[in-house]
Design a binder for this molecule. Structure first.
Ligand SMILES: Cc1ncc(COP(=O)(O)O)c(C=O)c1O
Length: 387
């Protein structure tokens, strides 16, 4: 009998919704005009891009002129950080955290090599950044603070309202990597003192390889590429038209169901957490309440996360160990290390990330399968005490 498939890796990526695919298809087929062309075909595509921009802006409470389409979260983060740094007259100081996505951390390393100074703030055992630590780190030449809205591995939400407020009070630009939050929780740039925000379509049932950067009006950055005048010269190059249409459609649909989805996923999440914590020597990573609705990150002591993942995979369950990007490497994830897990515990960690297609039967199935898997792996683990 074929195993059922239970996909719980929505933090890595999500399936494209049927309605999104339908909205995209014409732009892969008949509506192939270049949006920069003056003929009817081009103008029609331009109108569709404008509509996607309006939808994106509307969800974020932004002006359409503040939305720039990119190739995803990685590029949006690069554009915000590098673009701001290049605009500075001289080298200065940046504040970020030690648990940011590599698309922020590695850019910061590059900027250090270019002469800027970077403070990597620590987090508490739940993965939270203390706004007081942000304030204490501010120097006279701090020009940018970049703190993620929620962590992709342990799901912890950051106090971005407090941090953004501090940034504004000190006249410092504030960027937030909101890739894990947009489409999952309400985000409105009118209520938040944010200057830049990164988002990515494939995290909210849109296509891969397309995202956006929100940049507040009046904030100046230097583009990463030179070329045409697309995206008001901030991101030149012929647009990924089907991707952009898909992003707009997916975001509009996701935003409309946020209240219901938050409640639904939080309830499924808590059921799974409760069931997993009934297994001996299991700990929950991340904040117990202040976390993404669909994120569950747990450590199974005495066993390797990779072995659990492979056993789960044989039962048709897709989850991840560490973050999707860092799994495959032997180093424990920088996030799990930052919250204070020792190497062994960090290696026994699994992330289940829920999405709109998960249901209670999935939770029951995972709990039914994982208990004997953990028991069996512990029996053969040299690390496990058997007394
Ligand atoms: C917090 C965070 N930032 C950035 C990214 C990168 O986004 P993309 O895959 O669209 O480049 C991810 C993807 O996992 C993420 O979780």
């Amino acid at each position: 009998m074929k195993n059922r498939l239970v996909y719980m890796d929505n933090g890595a990526t999500t399936p494209v919704r049927e309605e999104v695919l339908e909205a995209m298809l014409p732009f892969l087929q008949d509506q192939y005009g270049n949006p920069s062309s003056l003929h009817t075909q081009g103008r029609e595509v331009r109108r569709a891009i404008d509509e996607a921009r309006e939808k994106t802006a509307c969800v974020l409470g932004a002006d359409p002129a503040e939305i720039f389409f990119t190739s995803g979260g990685t590029e949006s983060n690069n554009l915000a950080l590098r673009g701001t740094a290049r605009k500075q007259a001289s080298a200065g100081h940046i504040i970020t955290s030690g648990i940011e996505h590599h698309a922020v951390l590695e850019v910061c390393h590059d900027l250090e090599n270019e002469g800027h100074r970077v403070t990597y703030l620590p987090v508490d055992r739940f993965g939270r950044i203390d706004p007081a630590a942000v304030e204490a780190a501010i120097a006279p030449d701090t020009f940018l603070i970049s703190i993620m809205a929620a962590n992709n591995e342990v799901g912890t939400l950051q106090p971005i309202l407090e941090i953004g407020t501090l940034a504004r009070e000190h006249g410092i630009l504030f960027h937030t990597d909101a890739v894990q939050v947009v489409g999952q929780r309400p985000v409105n740039v009118n209520d938040l003192p944010i200057d830049y925000l990164s988002l990515s379509a494939h995290k909210f049932n849109g296509p891969k390889g397309v995202g956006a950067l929100y940049k507040r009006k009046g904030v100046k950055i230097t583009p990463l590429y030179r070329g045409g005048s697309q995206e008001r010269k901030l991101r030149p190059g012929t647009e990924n038209v089907p991707g952009i249409i898909g992003l707009g459609q997916a975001l509009e649909l996701a935003a409309a169901e946020i209240p219901y989805k938050m409640e639904y996923l939080t309830s499924l999440r808590d059921q799974l957490i409760e069931g997993l914590l009934k297994i001996e020597d299991v700990i929950l990573n991340g904040h117990p309440q202040e976390r993404l609705p669909g994120n569950i990150n747990v450590s199974f002591k005495y066993i390797e996360g990779e072995s659990i993942l492979l056993s789960l995979d044989l039962q048709g369950i897709a989850a991840s160990s560490g973050s999707a990007c860092s799994s495959g490497s032997l180093e424990p994830s920088h996030v799990l290390s930052a919250i204070g897990l020792d190497q062994q515990t960090a290696h026994g960690s699994i992330r289940f990330s829920l999405g709109r297609y998960n249901n209670e039967a999935d939770i029951e199935y995972v709990l039914e399968k994982i208990t004997p898997i953990v028991e069996k792996l512990r029996q053969i683990s040299p690390l496990h005490k058997t007394d």
